[in-house]
Design a protein around this ligand. Structure first.
Ligand code: SF4
Ligand code: SF4
Length: 157
């Protein structure tokens, strides 16, 4: 039994990561979906067919080189398992996370970034918010050494 099967929390060894070169080229999707479940909205929504799946019970296979980082799949995934990372600028990186709670943060607001277990990862500014149905895609400015850990947010009181 692997670590996430015991704890329910993924670690970075279980996700497909882009190369350093790809990461610096522009926004790119990170899919943290590792269970074989009958689900495929991510495949259906991608406008350039960057996500593949031979059978609906498979886990998604993403073409990281082809992905444009549009984040459409972030708001469509019912498992809240898709993120986008952008390290194309010199000063810090952006991590886009799915969000379905209230209150919804505003652009420019400073929130608390959270890791996969809900631990406090420090303050992060909201750079952009996109809504689609019930799920928001919230883009946070994050230090480069936190991009593999920040996967959520908490609005400050
Ligand atoms: S971020 Fe956009 S281009 Fe990339 S996999 Fe998701 S929907 Fe496709
Ligand atoms: S939509 Fe989300 S949960 Fe469903 S297969 Fe794609 S990544 Fe996995």
């Amino acid at each position: 039994m692997t670590g996430y099967e015991r704890t329910g929390v993924l670690d970075n060894n279980h996700i497909k990561k882009p190369s350093k070169e790809r990461l610096e080229r522009g926004p790119v999707v990170i899919i943290e979906c590792v269970e074989n479940i009958p689900c495929n909205p991510c495949v259906e929504v991608c406008p350039i067919s960057a996500i593949g799946m031979e059978d609906i019970n498979d886990t998604p296979d993403v073409n990281l080189d082809g992905c444009t980082g549009c984040a459409l799949c972030v708001t469509e995934c019912p498992g809240l398992a898709i993120f986008v990372i952008d390290c194309s600028e010199d000063d810090g990186c952006l991590v886009t996370v799915p969000y379905e709670y209230l209150p919804v943060p505003k652009k420019g607001e400073v929130v608390t970034a959270l890791d996969r277990e809900g631990n406090d990862m420090g303050d992060a500014e909201v750079i952009r918010i996109r809504e689609s149905g019930m799920t928001y895609a919230v883009t946070l400015e994050v230090e480069k050494d936190k991009i593999w850990d920040v996967r959520g947010l908490k609005v400050k009181k």
